[in-house]
Design a protein around this ligand. Structure first.
Ligand code: NDP
Length: 256
């Protein structure tokens, strides 16, 4: 029997923060390749809209309201996905926030909130889906890092720490679960036009043009730029790829 390289028919994917931005871009790609999708987020109306959109294009999709920093809510989310969609093959740890303050101004609650949303959530969700992935004979974990996984910046201490941590967490899962046929990889987006960056653009003078000047592709990324990488990392095409961190940034990270 030949395996179709990019076919996700019969697979079930969880996308945290899949109700908008990069997560929705990835969910659209995974759905187009045949996967059933569980959209996880706190905003139920936005998740319902995303599910309706995916269903309209023929995908099976459900919305699961959960705060990914809450261990019990994450466990209940994974149980519900197995109950309603039958299995878990793909996990996209995408939910994320940023608080822009220099290290001397960031308070502990803000630090904890960013670390928990961006990093601890990936640990909780990966741990929660592991038994189901193992039972399914393998799986794919896609963790969303950032250019801040590589670079530092004055105003993003917690965000950069969380995104650096994501890469090392990805490598750890890749090592620990390779024998279970689970591959874990990270995607490092450049500057992407989403709600998250809308605020940064309002707050930072000249940001829009500086990103254009620094990016070889000479444009901001769009959420559609993440459909293909999601399908690749979720599909048999990437079965021998694990523990990597792949920039999807129009060349931003290779500019000297
Ligand atoms: P958005 O703000 O558009 O989306 C963030 C998503 O995360 C929302 O769907 C939100 O859903 C969800 N979310 C946030 N907190 C929680 C929580 N506690 N529990 C469950 N869901 C949560 O951001 P982006 O699409 O831009 O970002 C997605 C990921 O990509 C993030 O990890 C971000 O750090 C990363 N990234 C983004 C870049 C960019 O330029 N945009 C660059 C590099 C990395 P809800 O509000 O319903 O909970």
């Amino acid at each position: 029997m030949t395996t179709k390289l990019f076919d996700l028919t019969g697979k079930v994917a969880i996308v945290t923060g899949g109700n908008g931005g990069i997560g929705l871009g990835m969910a659209r790609g995974l759905a187009q390749a045949g996967a059933a999708i569980a959209i996880v987020g706190r905003n139920e109306a936005k998740s319902a809209d995303a599910v309706a959109e995916l269903a309209q294009s023929g995908a099976r999709a459900i919305a699961v309201a959960a705060d990914v920093t809450d261990k019990a809510a994450v466990a209940a989310m994974a149980e519900r996905v197995v109950r309603e969609l039958g299995r878990i093959d793909i996990l996209v740890n995408n939910a994320g926030i940023n608080i822009r303050k220099p290290p001397h101004a960031l308070d502990i609650a803000e630090w904890n909130s960013v670390i928990q949303t961006n990093l601890t959530s990936a640990f909780l969700c990966s741990q929660a889906v592991y038994p189901a992935m193992k039972a399914a004979g393998g799986g794919k974990i896609i963790n969303i890092g950032s250019m801040m996984s590589i670079f530092g910046a004055s105003f993003t201490p917690a965000y950069a720490a969380s995104k650096g941590g994501i890469v090392q967490f990805t490598r750890s899962c890749a090592c620990a679960w390779a024998a279970d046929n689970i591959q874990a990889n990270a995607v490092l987006p450049g500057w992407i036009d989403t709600d998250l960056t809308k605020r940064a653009r309002q707050e930072i003078d000249g940001l829009h043009d500086r990103v254009l000047a620094r990016t070889p592709a000479a444009r901001w990324g769009a959420i559609g730029d993440f459909a293909g990488i999601a399908v690749f990392l979720a599909s048999p095409a990437s079965d021998f790829l694990t523990g990597t961190a792949i920039p999807v940034d129009g060349g931003y990270s290779i500019m000297g």
